[in-house]
Design a protein around this ligand. Structure first.
Ligand code: GLN
Length: 301
């Protein structure tokens, strides 16, 4: 096959795949078509650089396209999701990391006086936040807490890939007492993208509704904030004075999240931070000096 022939097959594959995905209601058909074509062609390079297509390319692409047309998330088809500088492994049944959550790591840096050494990620899912911390801060240690067994296993895998030996996972329910978590206080930062969707707000996208586990989406209680409240309470227990909690929430929950942190007490700076589209999406809460937090087991031991 000549380079010219490969390119002409790629051009028509791009047009066909984009059309099929568009007809299936996929929101970004041409971006997804390119990603599926590159996957079927077994390349990481831009498609214009591809000189040759592997045997079985057309069948493989048809198979991938059919999956995406059924609204299976692109990340699950490719088996990975970009998150900050990482390509995380993702698996069916585990919440897929979202680009908006990436901002939590920058907010942590902005609100601390130096790089954090000890970081806790609550409701870790695929392990995205903890893995990003390990990757970007070579001296950091992370403890990730995740309720679901399959997700906890994926977190352990992604932490290990990002920072061998510096990450640890606890499979536990934040609504209960967790002595091994209490024992790591005091830490510099608590990061969390907890479930927070209220019970009556169904996600619109089929990819989310049918593929993200509902336990990772719906936060519990009338307002979706049962698990986020537990995150705030844990942050108060775990953070050193001056340490920060960065927690994602829904765009309508800014005031309620601030109120939850005020009710919890123990913080001397509370703020709501918008995402890149201007919507309120993060609670920032800095631990006040005051009663000491106690813990016997250091993360860095
Ligand atoms: N952000 C999720 C969504 O897009 C909601 C749940 C979460 O991230 N914790 O559906």
């Amino acid at each position: 096959m000549s380079g010219g022939e490969a390119r002409s097959r790629l051009r028509s594959a791009l047009a066909d795949t984009t059309r099929q995905l568009g007809e299936a209601g996929v929101p970004s058909p041409s971006v997804d078509a390119r990603a599926l074509i590159a996957h079927a062609a077994g390349t990481e390079r831009p498609l214009v650089m591809v000189e040759e297509l592997p045997e079985g390319f057309a069948q493989q692409l048809a198979h991938l396209t059919a999956r995406r047309a059924q609204r299976e998330p692109l990340q699950l088809i490719l088996g990975r999701a970009p998150f900050r500088h990482l390509l995380l492994d993702v698996r069916p049944g585990v919440f897929i990391p979202r680009p908006e959550t990436e901002l939590a790591v920058d907010l942590m840096h902005q609100h601390l006086d130096g790089p954090p050494h000890e970081v806790v990620d609550l409701c870790a899912g695929s392990g995205a936040l903890g893995a990003a911390v390990l990757d970007e801060l070579p001296r950091s240690r992370v403890l990730s807490v995740e309720i679901d067994a399959a997700a906890a296993e994926l977190t352990a895998h992604n932490l290990e890939r990002a920072g061998t030996g510096r990450g640890r996972v606890l499979q536990a329910d934040l609504l209960g007492e967790i002595p091994q978590l209490a024992a790591v206080a005091p830490v510099d930062a608590v990061l969390s993208n907890p479930p927070y969707i209220p019970p009556d707000a169904l996600p619109r996208d089929a990819e989310v509704l049918e593929h993200d586990p509902h336990r990772a989406l719906f936060g519990g209680g009338d307002d979706g904030l049962e698990v986020p409240r537990a995150v705030i309470t844990w942050a108060r227990r775990l953070l050193r004075p001056g340490g920060v909690l960065i927690m994602e929430h829904a765009d309508v929950q800014g005031k309620a999240a601030l109120a939850a942190a005020t009710d919890c007490g123990g913080f001397d700076l509370l703020r709501t931070v918008p995402d890149l589209t201007g919507r309120d999406r993060f609670l920032v809460a800095r631990r006040a000096p005051g009663e000491p937090t106690s813990g016997s087991e250091r993360l860095s031991r």
